[in-house]
Design a protein around this ligand. Structure first.
Ligand SMILES: [Zn+2]
Ligand SMILES: [Zn+2]
Length: 307
């Protein structure tokens, strides 16, 4: 007997029925958060206890000028990085709620023009918002899910994410410099110790007792710091590019431009607010209100690349 071919409608309803609306496990996100927090704490302790005292100790055993300032700078970078991390992590204001539609369109039960109904949250979500299957919320002006903060970067925390990237970049660059200076003094790279700087060779030299645990530990730290530095340079650069273009990462990926010929300064103002607020945010990690609500957007017609 010949089997009947399923119609397109049946295939679509089968596909829809089988869709998994459950939140995905946050394993990778949790691993990213644990990696970041453990690196943050250990690098700061290593800097204050081992690297800075070594770097600033002079030949006669006294501390060179600038040591106190370097200690202060280390603690300040730690505070800036960790508080901006927390401000990015705490993204509750980004979550789409049913009150958002009730406030802007109190009289309608339909999905408002430009909005879309999320099949997972079962809520009407404003333009530029997208559902995150890891956070299990629709996020206002969703940019991407950050595996280092374990949260989504969206309308209300994108600027703290950028400031967080900036401080992580400064911190990792300085940490990598101090780590390398320490190791180069202990095991000069210009001598036969050069092989130690390859992590597997370093592990072997540690296992056979040729180098100390602290030297091997700092080598592993240096590798992790350099990887973090490379990632943060990429993220900071990418964020500045898409902010200048007035896009989110999702929109850049889909080649959607909601604005045409808009001043770059206005695109930056959308994310960072007024200049004085941003300058204040750069030196003091505050939670300042955003210039708008991230719900209402003037969407211009789609502009495909090359059109
Ligand atoms: Zn949703
Ligand atoms: Zn997310």
């Amino acid at each position: 007997m010949q089997r009947r071919q399923a119609t397109l409608k049946e295939k679509l309803s089968e596909h829809y029925r089988k869709r998994d609306f459950k939140a995905k496990k946050q394993t990778a996100s949790t691993a990213g958060v644990v990696f970041f927090l453990s690196m943050l704490v250990t690098v700061v302790l290593e800097g204050l206890v081992v690297l800075l005292p070594r770097y600033y100790t002079t030949d006669d055993g006294s501390m060179a000028s600038g040591y106190r300032f370097a200690q202060f700078l280390c603690i300040w970078l730690f505070i800036e990085t960790s508080v901006n991390w927390y401000n990015t992590y705490y993204d509750v204001a980004n979550r789409v709620t049913k009150e958002m539609k009730a406030t802007h369109y109190p009289a309608t039960s339909e999905t408002p023009p430009g909005w879309k109904n999320c099949p997972t949250c079962l809520l009407d979500a404003p333009p530029r918002s997208h559902h995150c299957s890891l956070c299990n919320y629709c996020i206002l002006k969703r940019d991407h899910h950050c595996f280092v903060t374990g949260s989504c970067v969206g309308y209300h925390n994108q600027r703290t994410f950028v400031v967080f990237c900036l401080y992580t970049l400064i911190s990792t660059a300085w940490a990598a410099f101090l780590q390398f200076c320490y190791l180069n003094e202990e095991l000069p790279i210009s001598t036969y110790w050069a092989s130690f700087y390859f992590p597997l060779a370093g592990l072997w030299q540690y296992l056979v007792g040729a180098v100390s645990f602290i030297n091997f530990f700092i080598l592993i730290h240096l590798c992790c710091t350099l990887v973090s530095l490379g990632l943060v340079v990429f993220f900071l650069f990418w964020q500045l590019v898409i902010i200048a273009r007035g896009q989110t990462s999702f929109e850049a990926w889909k080649q959607i431009s909601i604005y045409r010929r808009r001043a770059v300064l206005n695109n930056f103002r959308d994310v960072f607010g007024e200049l004085q607020n941003f300058l204040l945010l750069l030196v003091v990690p505050l939670r300042l209100p955003m210039p708008a609500d991230g719900i209402k957007w003037v969407i211009e017609p789609k502009e495909e690349k090359g059109h």
